[in-house]
Write a protein that binds this ligand. Structure first.
Ligand code: ADP
Ligand code: UDP
Length: 237
């Protein structure tokens, strides 16, 4: 597999073309951003931890029947993935209230949400990733009703699989964000699943073990990510 040109440099990852038109390389950098890129720092080891964490989770999801982009790890900070036509819609499931839901509705952080909520946001940093609904997705042509239904079905399936996985590791999966894309017409899970894009709390103490440590300046960000990885049995370098 030959790595070619940088196609896109995002806030945390860089995307490279390869000699296979159906494959891309995702490079996980140490850059850490919050508040739509307004707060940015380098966190030692984060690229490696997130790359290996993502590989572990994507493989678990694939085994559970969720079609994912993941092909294989190629280095500590890089993996080979299917090249998707990304759908610019972020799918968020919440099992407990936190983050923007608490701000928007004024509910108490940590309130259990039964059944879990499913929300959509437009992936557009310049506009602050606005909250949208299904009718916007159809009216602006970001996805068809069939595609969005499949995205919701897969997001809820991911929630089931990962709730169990994190619960067994003594963690609460509070909420998470997924991105999907099309691969030869099929809806496939893209981007990443790591503590950068979800909220994880210790089941007993409710200690935050995810990117909220960075957002809120709590310190010990990578130490928390590594502890989560260790509890799940993710092999780190
Ligand atoms: P951002 O764009 O939010 O700054 P990243 O730094 O994570 O995010 O950049 C990665 C970019 O690559 C994102 O825009 C994401 O939508 C895109 N991407 C992720 N997986 C794939 C894939 N399999 N095929 C094509 N693009 C992808
Ligand atoms: N999230 C993300 N990228 C985004 C927005 C949200 O990964 O651009 C994740 C976030 O880490 C959390 C979940 O989606 O796990 C819900 O985020 P929320 O809407 O509460 O927004 P936030 O408070 O993170 O801005």
């Amino acid at each position: 597999m030959e790595k070619r040109n940088e196609l896109y440099r995002g806030k945390a990852k860089s995307v490279f073309t390869t000699d296979d038109p159906d494959r891309l390389i995702l490079l996980f950098r140490n850059d850490t951003s919050a508040f739509d890129g307004k707060k940015i720092e380098q966190l030692e080891r984060k690229g490696m931890v997130n790359n290996r964490f993502n590989a572990f989770i994507m493989q678990k999801l694939e085994e559970a029947g969720v079609p994912t982009q993941f092909d294989r790890l190629i280095s500590d900070t890089e993996c080979l993935v299917k090249k998707l036509d990304m759908i610019p819609v972020e799918c968020v499931v919440r099992n407990f209230a936190a983050g923007s839901l608490v701000k928007r509705l004024g509910v108490e952080e940590g309130m259990a949400l039964t059944p879990p909520t499913f929300e959509l946001f437009l992936k557009d940093d310049a506009k602050g990733d606005p909250f949208i609904n299904a009718s916007h997705v159809f009216a602006f042509g970001w996805a068809t009703p069939e595609q969005l239904a499949r995205m919701e079905e897969l997001t809820r399936k991911v929630n089931e699989v990962l709730n169990k996985l994190f619960d067994d590791a003594g963690l609460l999966l509070v909420d998470f964000k997924l991105e999907f894309g099309l691969f030869h017409g099929e809806i496939v899970l893209g981007d990443e699943f790591s503590p950068d894009g979800c909220r994880l709390w210790d089941k007993e103490t409710r200690k935050k073990m995810d990117k909220d440590r960075f957002r809120q300046g709590l310190g010990g960000v990578i130490e928390a990510y590594e502890e989560v990885a260790q509890r799940l049995g993710v092999p780190l370098a």
